[in-house]
Write a protein that binds this ligand. Structure first.
Ligand SMILES: Nc1nc2c(ncn2[C@@H]2O[C@H](COP(=O)(O)OP(=O)(O)OP(=O)(O)O)[C@@H](O)[C@H]2O)c(=O)[nH]1
Ligand SMILES: [Mg+2]
Ligand SMILES: [Zn+2]
Length: 309
């Protein structure tokens, strides 16, 4: 039989086949390549399985189809890449104006991982009911100037929800962001029948409480598929080499052709057009800080994996 994974916890997966749900475990190795992953199967995967107990809808996953897209991160603790979501065509990077505070550098990482995974990016700034500072407005304008689409929403007062629903209609979207930004709250607003658990914001730390603890796909009344994911504490990039990084920063990329050295890493090389553009204000300082810190982290991970080259 064939179906789509809509949830998975402790290596037990819920597989949807038309309107039926099956509980499946993995039998043997799925794919040779999967051995390197922390999780060989992710929400959104299309899998083939054999039935074990037809009456109880219980089966064994024996293979999975090749992924059209994949949202990946480097799982630092397991020292292995992790698939956050598979086969989703739209990556909704969610952030909040406040509680938790707006963190544009985290947004940089979210956007990047989606684009590496070949997904379209949409930025959602939630909790606009809590007010917009000049700092947030400035950063939103900066993201827009790079060509990113930004929606302002509030799951509390409903602002932007209709527009979001229209935009998502019929697609397979994945919601990501830090804990507490309102991923599950927004999801609940998109369809009354969806009742994802929503958590509290810690007053002491002004952050979420990691309420959603595993990814799950929801299907709305208008056949939109949305994957809700657990809040990310940190996001280490996986899937490209550090030398390719500038290509994924549209604001940085456009200067790279003017660097003195073709192999310029844009870190401290002389005649670097990127560094000059940062000084002249053509590239936002925060974006450049994201670039250098991601570059260094990727470089460090690579050295740890393969030894010093
Ligand atoms: N003021 C305000 N509060 C909101 C809004 N959206 C969500 N919240 C509140 O923020 C808190 C966290 O919301 P969740 O939906 O659980 O956040 P999450 O992103 O799913 O968090 P995790 O599952 O932990 O990753 C809840 O107390 C919500 O009521 C909003 O638009 N405005
Ligand atoms: Mg949640
Ligand atoms: Zn350069």
């Amino acid at each position: 039989m064939e179906g789509r994974v809509i949830a998975g916890i402790n290596n037990i997966y819920t597989v949807q086949v038309n309107n039926e749900l099956w509980t499946c475990r993995i039998k043997g190795k799925i794919l040779k390549d999967d051995r390197k992953y922390y999780n060989p199967i992710a929400v959104g995967d299309e899998v083939q399985f054999i039935t074990n107990d037809y009456q109880h809808h219980d089966g064994w996953i024996v293979s999975r189809k090749e992924r059209k897209t994949s949202l990946l991160r480097w799982n630092k603790n397991r020292k292995a890449p992790q698939v956050i979501a598979a086969n989703s065509d739209l990556h909704i990077c969610i952030t909040s104006t406040e509680s938790p505070p707006f963190r544009p550098r985290f947004l940089d990482r979210l956007i990047l991982s989606g684009e590496i995974g070949k997904m379209e990016t949409l930025i959602v700034v939630n909790k606009v009911d809590l007010g917009m500072t000049d700092f947030i407005k400035e950063r939103i304008d900066n993201f827009k100037s790079m060509g990113y689409r930004v929606f302002l929403c509030s799951a509390s007062d409903g602002r932007g929800i209709k527009k979001l629903k229209r935009y998502l209609s019929g697609r397979v979207a994945v919601f990501t962001g830090q804990s507490g930004v309102g991923k599950s709250s927004l999801l609940n607003k998109l369809d009354d029948r969806i009742k994802a658990v929503v958590g509290m914001i810690s007053r002491k730390y002004n952050r979420g409480s990691h309420t959603t603890n595993s990814s799950r796909m929801y299907i709305t009344d208008d056949k939109t598929n949305i994957i809700d994911t657990p809040g990310l504490r940190e996001l280490e990039i996986y899937g490209i080499e550090p030398e390719e990084l500038s290509f994924y920063f549209p604001d940085i990329r456009k200067y790279t052709y003017e660097c003195q050295y073709p192999s310029c890493r844009h870190l401290q090389e002389p005649g670097c057009a990127v560094i000059n553009a940062v000084k002249a204000g053509g590239i936002h300082k925060d974006r450049y800080l994201s670039y250098t810190s991601i570059y260094e982290q990727m470089d460090k991970n690579r050295r740890e994996m393969y030894g010093r080259a």
